[in-house]
Design a protein around this ligand. Structure first.
Ligand code: ZN
Length: 544
């Protein structure tokens, strides 16, 4: 059996692993790269294998960085089955066509530029229609069901507690009369997440492929997050402002609704406030996703199921309003009643949230409340980093609203969570592959697995190819694709450095305005001189 790492290898996005045995080929996940623009260009690259040769895609969960290239592989000739849980199937039914719309939109935008430059237009990676077509290849199975896909391949999906329908995969492969068990952790959830169950436990594996997003970090305490949420809401509404919550449409939005519902049950003193304050979900995708959640109650944890059993819908409450059309959304900004608006995208890069920011960032009485991770380079990150002015729709907007951040809603297990999960594995896997993490997190996590459990760990790079019968990395069969990947990754790093330079520039301006001490300025000068020397030497080496 051979495994090739074709995504989420020393990065967190683009999950895609190719497993080959007995002339069969299957993928675990077929996700999109979602990083900097250069890294995203890699999504357009042809798959390094023949799409028609793939028999199955075993899909761990619906997040686009795990599922987003399924319509593309379908377009390229894949006609096998996509195996996943029902909730993953239901979520992909809305998320993949939505991703298709985004691709169409982006292609349109790029093409306007290309045509002006006298070049030929390009087609989108896939359209909403093509995404719809790819859905017919989906076949869903139940959690814990032992499914034989053929006489030499068996799978079982366990709950990963990361997003509705998310799974840990147990895969048994029979080769030369010998059965091998591979476990893919998928994205492992955080025990404290509302609605979802804690990740299921695995007790044995011959090979383990484990995520490491928070392999070097611990989440802050979650006890007070819901009180903090309520206090920010109440204070803002009391001073006549709006609370704008940029939120991922699938998962985080439903968790926030659930938290508000639960708070209302547990703290009667807030009932009056919550009954009088309208809460809007302003994102068509979030509205459809909430519907999917309501249709998959069996995936809920015990607490959420208790509400359901008592005839109470935990994803609804009297003040909750859905704003479906673009006109509904615009009307929210004309109406002067203080309100709470939950809208996407979560990092403020696209979608209706940008309109709400334009109408609220300049108002000192409003609050912008972040409940999710903000990647470097996004508008969300600039705001949480303290930008005083931002550009929206070509207009410069002053940031006067209160910028608030609540941590503790991460969908991923932190370092302790990962170790707690691993410690249930009784045998020592022959190898543990660490994926889905930034290199720093992976190094720390790899050392920890070695120290605590004596595991033989590997941090694979893009296109690394292992023959598990030999046990070692063999020459990559996809050298050309690997070179392209490395080039785009380097260009992405440069993009990040450029953004960091802009950020430092902004702070230097502010430092002078705030009368920083001479020592602080001197320290900054010396650090910048060091950086300057490094850059000059890199440049000189390149020219040589
Ligand atoms: Zn995920």
């Amino acid at each position: 059996m051979k495994i090739t790492f074709l995504g989420a290898a020393k990065t967190v996005t683009g999950s895609c692993y190719l497993v080959q045995f007995n002339n069969k080929n299957f993928l675990v996940d077929c996700g999109m790269f979602q990083g900097h623009s250069k890294e995203n260009e890699f999504n357009e690259e042809p798959f390094p294998f023949n799409a028609a040769d793939i028999d199955y895609i075993l899909l761990t969960h619906s997040h686009i960085d795990h599922s987003g290239r399924i319509p593309k592989i379908y377009k390229d000739g894949f006609r096998g089955q996509v195996i996943c849980t029902k909730a993953t199937h239901d979520l992909c039914q809305i998320m993949l066509p939505d991703s298709g719309f985004i691709q169409e939109h982006e292609a349109e935008w790029k093409n306007r530029k290309l045509i002006r430059a006298g070049k030929s237009p390009i087609p989108p990676m896939y359209t909403a229609e093509e995404a719809m077509q790819s859905l017919k290849l989906f076949k869903y199975i139940s959690y814990y069901e032992d499914v034989s896909l053929s006489d030499d391949l068996r799978v079982r999906f366990l709950d990963a507690g990361h997003i509705l329908g998310s799974s840990i995969l147990e895969i048994w492969v029979r080769e030369n009369g010998h059965e091998t068990k591979i476990v893919f952790s998928g994205d492992l959830g955080n025990n404290d997440l509302p609605i979802l169950r804690a990740p299921d436990i695995i007790e044995d594996a011959d090979y383990l492929i484990i995520e490491s997003t928070y392999g070097n970090r611990l989440h802050s305490q979650t006890e007070d997050r819901v009180h903090k949420l309520m206090n920010i809401m109440k204070e803002t509404i009391d001073r006549g402002g709006n609370v704008i919550i940029p939120s991922f449409a699938v998962g985080r939005t439903q968790e926030i609704i659930y938290e508000i519902h639960k708070f209302k049950e547990e703290y009667p003193e807030y009932v009056k406030f919550l009954n009088e304050t309208p809460v809007y979900i302003d994102s068509p995708l979030a509205i459809s996703a909430t519907e999917v959640f309501r249709n998959n109650l069996d995936c809920f944890d015990e607490e959420a199921q208790t509400y359901v059993r008592n005839g109470d819908n935990p994803l609804d409450f009297p003040g909750l309003k859905l704003s479906k059309s673009a006109d509904d959304s615009k009307a929210l900004n004309e109406d002067q009643v203080p309100k709470i608006i939950i809208s996407a995208s979560g990092m403020c890069e696209a979608g209706r949230i940008r309109h709400h920011l334009k109408h609220n960032l300049w108002k000192p009485e409003s609050s912008i409340l972040f409940v999710g991770y903000q990647a470097v380079g996004t508008l969300g990150r600039r705001l949480t980093d303290g930008a005083k002015k931002v550009k929206l729709f070509g207009e410069e907007i002053s940031v006067n609203a209160k910028i608030e951040v609540i941590e503790g809603y991460s969908g991923h297990a932190d370092q302790n969570g990962l170790i707690d999960w691993v410690k249930h594995i009784k045998n020592k896997p022959k190898k543990v592959f660490i994926v889905h993490g930034e290199p720093d997190a992976q190094e720390v996590f790899s050392k920890l697995l070695d120290e605590k459990f004596g595991f033989d760990t590997v941090i694979p790079e893009y296109a690394d190819h292992f023959d598990l019968t030999i046990g070692d990395v063999v020459e990559t069969p996809f050298k050309e694709t690997k070179d392209k990947f490395i080039r785009l990754q380097l260009l992405s790093q440069i993009e990040i450095l450029q953004e960091q330079a802009d950020f430092i520039g902004m702070h230097i301006n502010q430092a002078y305005l705030n009368n920083k001490s001479d020592e602080e300025i001197e320290e900054l000068q010396s650090k910048l001189s060091d950086l300057d020397r490094d850059l000059v030497s890199i440049r000189a080496n390149l020219i040589k």
